[in-house]
Design a protein around this ligand. Structure first.
Ligand code: ATP
Ligand code: MG
Length: 250
């Protein structure tokens, strides 16, 4: 990794960028993943690179949904695997939700590399290599495991593509996404959109899980029932407008 001084004002962002580049070098992140990261960074700049109040609410509701679900799955793509392998394993451990590798630019080799990468970071079991079921999409983008995403009732899909998010929602699943772009099709289609950097969102969700595991079902249900995703999306856009106004005044 490049030698980035710790006191650099954008240290965290630059380190995140390094991790994605390393992911490409390790063969776990696709080149398209680099472009996606750049798109995310731009929106992160506009939120001030911090978790907003409304993103934290969405993170809480996402955790509640995972804890309430019967067959939840944490979906892992090449970007998530490069950026937050430890957090994915930890969130899976704390909530008891299995991990599944689920790639847009799929190759068996890359699936296996990511499974091994997650195992190197402490995962005991990772789904995604059976590839015995299909979403209603064109070929390789559609491949999933029947015992994982295909039969899941709730799926957390960080950094997902719009078509695939639509296909999951179309199958009647509840979809939680993490996506810094509140305008993306994924953000607009998911049931719960966490407009936050996956690096911060995952840490927040782990912290929330410890306490929320102790809540009773009725309390978790109340959080989910009172949630309004369209409000989250407009809050995110408004936050960005405010930031731009602030910057244009200085
Ligand atoms: P869509 O298909 O949903 O319309 P898209 O084609 O613009 O979106 P994709 O590459 O399909 O983008 O999905 C990646 C999404 O992940 C983008 O919206 C991007 O802003 C977001 N993203 C990238 N890096 C991060 C990150 N580190 N944290 C959170 N979101 C991110
Ligand atoms: Mg897309």
């Amino acid at each position: 990794m490049s030698d980035i001084p710790k006191d650099h004002p954008r240290y965290v962002s630059l380190m995140t960028r390094e991790k994605i580049v390393e992911g490409v070098e390790l063969g776990i992140t696709s080149q398209q993943g680099l472009v996606a990261q750049g798109r995310g960074e731009c929106f992160d700049y506009l939120t001030g690179e911090q978790t907003t109040d409304s993103a934290l609410i969405a993170e809480k509701v996402g955790v509640a949904m995972l804890l309430l679900a019967e067959r939840p799955v944490l979906s892992v793509n090449g970007n998530a695997a490069a950026l937050v392998p430890d957090s994915l394993v930890k969130l899976s451990e704390v909530t008891g939700v299995p991990l599944e590798v689920n790639l847009f630019h799929r190759s068996e080799e890359r699936v296996n590399r990511i499974i091994n990468h997650l195992k190197d970071h402490g995962a005991l079991e990772v789904l995604g290599s059976k590839a015995d079921a299909r979403l209603a999409l064109q070929h390789s983008r559609a491949i999933v495991d029947s015992e994982g995403i295909y039969n899941a009732d709730v799926v957390l899909v960080p950094l997902e593509d719009g078509d695939r998010c639509q296909a999951l929602v179309g199958m009647g699943k509840s979809v939680i996404t993490i996506d810094l772009n509140p305008l993306s099709r994924t953000s607009r289609t998911a049931n719960v959109t966490i407009v936050d950097n996956v690096v911060r969102a995952m840490d927040n969700m782990i912290d929330l899980s410890y306490g929320m595991k102790e809540l009773d079902e009725a309390e978790l249900r109340k959080l989910v029932e009172e949630y309004d995703n369209s409000r989250t999306l407009s809050d995110a856009v408004r936050q960005m407008i405010r930031k731009l106004e602030e910057l244009s005044d200085t």
